[in-house]
Design a protein around this ligand. Structure first.
Ligand code: NAD
Length: 395
């Protein structure tokens, strides 16, 4: 479905009013497993965002009045087509993001399918809540109404999974959408647009404008005809979005970062506790907002826990995303790899012990420039130190 040109480069287009519209400005998108540019992504201007917003605005009256069972039918069709192309989407997500094909096959794409089905069927069974005010004959009730044009902005760690987690509820309840995935992971949403078109989603209901946050993202946030913003990403960006959108009094939904601790007590099922914590720490290269990022272990089993955890972390292989024995692929970008490594160096220089993670990786030649990093365990750092307080978002 996604065809590169003679130079091997894939150029993606904005999706506006049901058409794939070429853009004038592009930015590079890298394959994290090789470090090479493999796609050109539009850097959409204010005018391009406006064209998408106007298309969504025009589509809103009809779509919001379309019967729920018809919206459901189209969304189920989208889910079915996506599911029938699971392997193709999983390979594309892995190439774009760096994660293993196995993760994309087991987690990302099935979840995107589920998101569409879940919200498509929820609208068929939506039940209102109400309350009465005693003896006054007053009834208060809640209904879910379409809001208008929704601006949806998502991050790079679970690209299609998180974007469809926004698109599905928005269009299910009759909103229309201008969406922007991360500039680092735009390809699967572009493929998804083709699926939506094939499934018969009316023109203008879903529009994609690609580009960076400060340019395209900001144009979405500040567009007067986009009535709500649903954002998932970092806390810093959320602060900017909150202040940029405040003059418009937009509805905002912000899902942000984390620094999730695991707490291990001495009466735990030891085997299960170690295996689960290894998995929750290193799944998706540690690039999930709910990955375990620090572990507190009761004194009496601390030494035993560290030994077994480090042993299993060393076995949690980092390697080419397509290699079935790889448990972790590449990190998203050169800059992110440098940021994550920076935390390890900081710990080294500030009294921390690096239990594992500094070993050289044995990678094939074509992956030597990729952004790979081994599962890393740091001990002997203060609870107040930056490695224990700040989101690292890596393995
Ligand atoms: P990010 O905040 O850098 O970017 C997220 C999105 O916002 C991207 O599409 C980006 O282009 C856009 N953006 C950036 N600046 C913008 C601006 N000024 N105006 C409008 N849009 C702008 O986050 P990221 O690095 O892509 O993702 C990692 C972060 O996301 C981590 O902090 C992680 O914890 C968080 N995250 C949270 C959840 C959750 O459900 N809570 C899930 C996944 C990721």
């Amino acid at each position: 479905m996604a065809c590169p040109d003679a130079n091997g480069l894939l150029t993606i287009q904005n999706f506006i009013n049901g058409d794939f519209v070429p853009s004038k400005q592009h930015i590079d998108s890298y394959d994290p497993s090789t470090g090479k540019v493999y796609a050109k992504i539009p850097e959409s201007s204010k005018e391009e965002v406006d064209a998408a917003a106007q298309a969504a605005k025009r589509a809103f009256p009809l779509w919001s009045l379309t019967e729920a069972k018809e919206r459901c039918r189209i969304m189920i069709k989208i889910a079915d087509i996506l599911e029938s192309r699971l392997a193709e989407f999983a390979a594309a997500e892995s190439k774009d993001q760096g994660k293993t094909i196995a993760t994309a096959t087991i987690v990302d794409i099935p979840r995107a399918v589920h998101n569409m089905r879940f919200f498509a069927t929820t609208i068929l069974h939506d039940v209102n809540t109400s309350s009465t005010v005693d003896k006054l004959g007053i009834v208060n009730y809640t209904t879910r109404e379409a809001c208008g044009v929704a601006g949806l902005i998502s991050p790079w760690n679970l690209p299609l999974y998180l974007l469809t987690f926004k698109i599905a509820p928005a269009i299910a309840w009759g909103n229309t959408v201008v969406a922007k995935p991360s500039e680092m992971t735009s390809v699967t949403s572009w493929m998804f647009a083709k699926v939506c078109k094939e499934a018969g989603l009316p023109d203008g209901v879903l529009n994609f404008t690609y580009g960076t946050g400060p340019v395209t993202g900001d144009a979405i946030v500040c567009h007067p005809d986009i009535h709500l913003i649903s954002f998932t990403g970092s806390t810093l960006t959320a602060e900017r979005i909150q202040s940029a959108s405040s003059p418009f009094c937009k509805k905002l939904s912000l899902e942000l970062g984390g620094k999730n601790p695991a707490v291990i007590f001495s009466d735990c099922d030891f085997k299960k506790a170690v295996a689960t914590t290894v998995r929750s720490s290193f799944a998706n290269q540690g690039e999930i907002c709910l990955c375990t990022s620090r572990i507190f272990v009761e004194n009496t089993i601390y030494q035993k826990f560290v030994e077994e955890f480090v042993k299993q972390a060393k076995e949690f292989k980092t390697g080419p995303p397509g290699d079935p024995s790889s448990r972790m692929g590449a990190l998203i970008s050169k800059e992110h790899l440098a940021k994550v490594r920076g935390f390890v160096h900081w710990a080294q220089e500030n009294g921390g012990t690096i239990q594992c993670g500094l070993e050289e990786l044995n990678l094939p030649d074509e992956n030597k420039e990729g952004y790979f990093m081994a599962a890393t365990v740091i001990t002997d750092v203060a609870d107040t130190s930056k490695v224990m307080q700040e989101e690292i978002f890596g393995p």
